[in-house]
Design a protein around this ligand. Structure first.
Ligand SMILES: N#Cc1ccccc1Cn1ccc2ccc(-c3cc(N)[nH]n3)cc21
Length: 243
C-alpha cells in the first residue's frame, strides 16, 4: 500500500492542484495516498471557531487546541501511528536529510497552522503517542503552514522510489553529496557568444567527472561556505583540497 499522507488546514483548497498531479500519479503507481482535511470539520460551534486570543497578551490570535486534538484522534486512531509534521518559524531546519527521513515514513500527518500558530499543548499532547517534527523551511516568516507543506510534499515525493523516472538524477543533484550541483548545459554548443565548456564535449568521462566535482566544490565554496564547512573531510581527496 502507498504512503498515507493527511494534510489538515483551514484552507484545504490550497492543495487541490496536488489532488490532480500527485493523486493522478499515485493512482497509477500507488505511491501516495493523499487526503486533505478542513480543520473546521472538527469544530462544533455555529461559527466553526478555530482561533482565540493569546494567553499572556500580544498581537494576533492562536489556534485553539480542541479542533486539532479531535482531528488527530480521528486521523491517527489509538493503536495506529504516524509522524506529525508541523511547519513553524520556530522549527528545526527542513533539509534534504529531513526529506529523506520523512520519505521513509508510512504515514505522515501535516498540520498547517495559521494566525500566530497552534496552541503548543496540541504538539506536546501528540508527542505522548506519536513522533512530532516541528520544522522550519527557512529564516523568513510565512502567513501559515500551507506553502511550507507544499514545498515539503514536493521534496519528499520525488524521493519515493518510482516517482522519478531516472533514479540517477537523485544521485548527482544538489545536496546529494553535501555539495551544490554543477552548472548544466545543452545544445546549441555556442549561443549568443557563450560556448559550452569544451571539456563537456570531449567525451572523456573521467575528466568530465573530475571537472564536475571541481565545479561543485568551487561553487559550494563561493555560495555556501556553510555546506563546505559541514563536509566530512574523509570524502575529500588531495586534489579537492588543492582547489
Ligand atoms: N507559527 C507562526 C507564526 C508566528 C509569528 C508570525 C506569523 C506566524 C504565521 N504562521 C502560522 C502558522 C505557520 C506555519 C509556518 C510558518 C513559517 C515557517 C517558516 N519557515 N516560516 N514561516 C509560519 C506560520
Amino acid at each position: 500500500t502507498g504512503k498515507r499522507v493527511d494534510v489538515v488546514s483551514i484552507f484545504p483548497e490550497y492543495f487541490a492542484p496536488l489532488e490532480l498531479s500527485l493523486i493522478g500519479k499515485a493512482r497509477t503507481t500507488g505511491i501516495l495516498d493523499l487526503h486533505l482535511h478542513d480543520l473546521r470539520t472538527w469544530t462544533h460551534d455555529v461559527h466553526r471557531t478555530v482561533d482565540d486570543t493569546p494567553y499572556g497578551g500580544g498581537p494576533g490570535m492562536v489556534m485553539k487546541p480542541e479542533p486539532w486534538g479531535q482531528a488527530l484522534d480521528e486521523l491517527v486512531p489509538q493503536g495506529t501511528t504516524a509522524r506529525l509534521v508541523v511547519p513553524t518559524p520556530a522549527g528545526a531546519p527542513f533539509t534534504q536529510a529531513t526529506a529523506y527521513e520523512l520519505a521513509a515514513e508510512s504515514h505522515l500527518v501535516f498540520a498547517c497552522g495559521r494566525y500566530e500558530g497552534i496552541d503548543q499543548r496540541v504538539l506536546d499532547h501528540a508527542a505522548e503517542r506519536m513522533p512530532v517534527s516541528e520544522v522550519s523551511l527557512g529564516d523568513y516568516v510565512l502567513f501559515g503552514g500551507e506553502v511550507a507543506v507544499l514545498v515539503m510534499l514536493e521534496a519528499i515525493t520525488r524521493l519515493i522510489p518510482g516517482v522519478l523516472g531516472n533514479a540517477d538524477s537523485l544521485a548527482d543533484e544538489s545536496h546529494a553529496h553535501g555539495l551544490l550541483e554543477t552548472p548544466a548545459y545543452t545544445k546549441p554548443p555556442s549561443w549568443r557568444g557563450h560556448d559550452v565548456p569544451d571539456i563537456l564535449r570531449s567525451g572523456d568521462h573521467g575528466r568530465i567527472a573530475r571537472w564536475r566535482r571541481d565545479q561543485a566544490l568551487l561553487r559550494t565554496a563561493a555560495r555556501r561556505p556553510d555546506l563546505l564547512a559541514a563536509l566530512d573531510p574523509a570524502t575529500l581527496d588531495k586534489r579537492d583540497l588543492a582547489l
